[in-house]
Ligand binder design. Structure first.
Ligand code: 1GP
Length: 250
């Protein structure tokens, strides 16, 4: 069975699926390996690797390290065409549908498609929707697009439905990495109940309660990144898992 289908089934069984995002700038070498082993042992469902802007990190070597240490699927979350690797299991094949930048709607995709085919990794067609979140996020700045308003759920719903009608596998509701505020739960609920394809929600999720509210609102997957970078927060991982896999723990 294909990676995304499998993950969707797991999420349905557990209540929700939990993805942890690894930004190659943040963790290096041994520390990264240990972190990956630990989060896999604790029950994360998949690992995303990538970033809108990588400054000091090395995407390829980070991905290879993650691959060596991981027991769960590795999905590339590409910030650019440089972030491709045959060592991943799948890639979020992202169209930035909240924006109108042609390169991110159907431009880089043309260049990446033959490479992805050659690499033999699974493309997960993703309608990526960036939302206002209290400040300018890297994703917003780099993509030069305007985020969706958070006080107009109907705009988000129409975008998500268009993604479904265009045959995409999923929509990703994104507040931006390190966002002040996560995508409002009412938006997650409005979109999730309006479409039939799985929803991924990420950006600015800092507490297990917030993660749980997104799952209750209907998201299929929750993504966290920054929150676990602070070693003091590491133990939160178990709480995130309990909050997201709530069916297993109820
Ligand atoms: C960004 O959803 C991810 O796409 C993770 O965001 O680092 O804010 O958790 P955070």
């Amino acid at each position: 069975m294909k990676v995304f289908k499998k993950l969707t089934r797991i999420a349905e069984e557990k209540g929700g699926g939990y993805f942890v995002l690894i930004d190659p700038d943040t963790r290096k070498n041994d520390e990264l390996k240990e972190f990956i082993k630990e989060i896999c042992n604790r029950g994360v469902d998949a690992i995303l690797v990538g970033g809108s802007l990588i400054i000091d990190g090395d995407f390829q070597s980070s991905l290879n390290l993650v691959k060596e240490a991981s027991t769960v699927p590795i999905i590339i979350f590409p910030g650019s065409l440089q972030q491709l690797s045959p060592n991943a299991d799948a890639i979020l094949y992202i169209s930035l549908i909240s924006g109108r930048n042609p390169n991110y709607l159907f431009g880089d995709h043309v260049i990446a498609a033959p490479l992805i085919r050659k690499m033999g990794i699974e493309p997960i067609s993703t309608g990526y929707m960036l939302f206002e979140s209290g400040g300018t996020t890297t994703a917003e700045f780099i993509s030069n697009t305007k985020p969706l308003p958070i006080n107009k759920p109907e705009i988000a719903m129409a975008h998500a439905l268009a993604a479904q009608y265009m045959g995409m596998n999923t929509v990703y509701l994104e507040a931006g990495s390190g966002a002040d505020h996560s995508v409002p739960t009412k938006i997650v609920k409005a979109v999730s109940s309006y479409i039939d394809i799985p929803v991924i929600t990420g950006g600015g999720i800092k507490t297990p309660d917030d993660a749980r509210s997104k799952v209750e609102a209907g998201t299929t997957f929750v993504v966290t990144g920054n929150v676990l970078d602070d070693p003091e927060n590491f133990e939160l991982i178990d709480e995130f898992i309990r909050a997201i896999h709530f069916k297993e723990f109820s």
